[in-house]
Ligand binder design. Structure first.
Ligand SMILES: [Zn+2]
Length: 201
């Protein structure tokens, strides 16, 4: 089996061994190491006692280490996102919250946040439990709900205001996320008030 240089699964290079000895957090997303004698796996940054090199097994992901029946270390918690990742993703969700009305794609987000689309997608999912696109959709639907209740703007206009210029798509997405169309939602919310607006199904 051929693999990329430096990332051969299971093989420990001098570089990786150095990272383990020095608890180098810069390697935290690049590999995990398991110790055969303890059955536990760690992030490279883990401050636990340096194992014997012969007992170390390298994995590219925490999932692979788990699949090989190693348990996550309680100290470095290798199945949890790294703190820098959480901060990184937090800055991205902040950006989305402020720019939901603009055109947002995975590529633009990756460019703005200086990461690759692949790495962003993966890290975002790990930290937030959903993809960036799903998050963007959720934010837009929440904003749309506000506008439907607090304004009497037309659905087409609201659709544009939340960054979805394609109104039929907006309505479909809205229904998928909330179980109602925007018009139905507005009607149900406004029924209690003395609204005379002509909203029909
Ligand atoms: Zn550890």
């Amino acid at each position: 089996m051929s693999a990329q240089k430096g990332f051969d699964n299971g093989m420990i290079t001098a570089e990786k061994w150095q990272a383990i000895i020095e608890n180098d957090a810069a390697y935290n997303d690049l590999f995990f190491y398991a110790v055969k004698t303890t059955g536990i796996f760690c992030k490279p940054s883990c401050k636990s006692r340096v194992p014997k090199k012969d007992n170390v097994r390298i994995f590219q992901s925490a999932e692979e280490a788990l699949a090989a029946n190693f348990r996550p270390c309680k100290r470095c918690m290798p199945t949890e996102p790294n703190l820098p990742d959480q901060e990184w993703i937090h800055s991205i969700t902040n950006f989305i919250n402020k720019n939901y009305h603009s055109k947002l794609t995975l590529e633009t987000l990756a460019e703005i946040s200086h990461g690759s689309p692949y790495h962003l997608q993966r890290t975002f999912k790990k930290v937030k439990g959903m993809t960036p696109v799903e998050y963007i959709q959720d934010v837009r639907i929440i904003k749309a709900k506000e506008l439907l209740i607090k304004s009497d703007r037309a659905v087409t206009e609201i659709s544009r205001m939340v960054g979805i210029p394609n109104t039929p798509y907006f309505i479909t997405l809205y229904k998928k996320k909330t179980g109602e169309t925007p018009a139905q939602y507005r009607q149900s919310k406004c029924n209690t008030e003395e609204s005379e607006s002509e909203i029909t199904d």
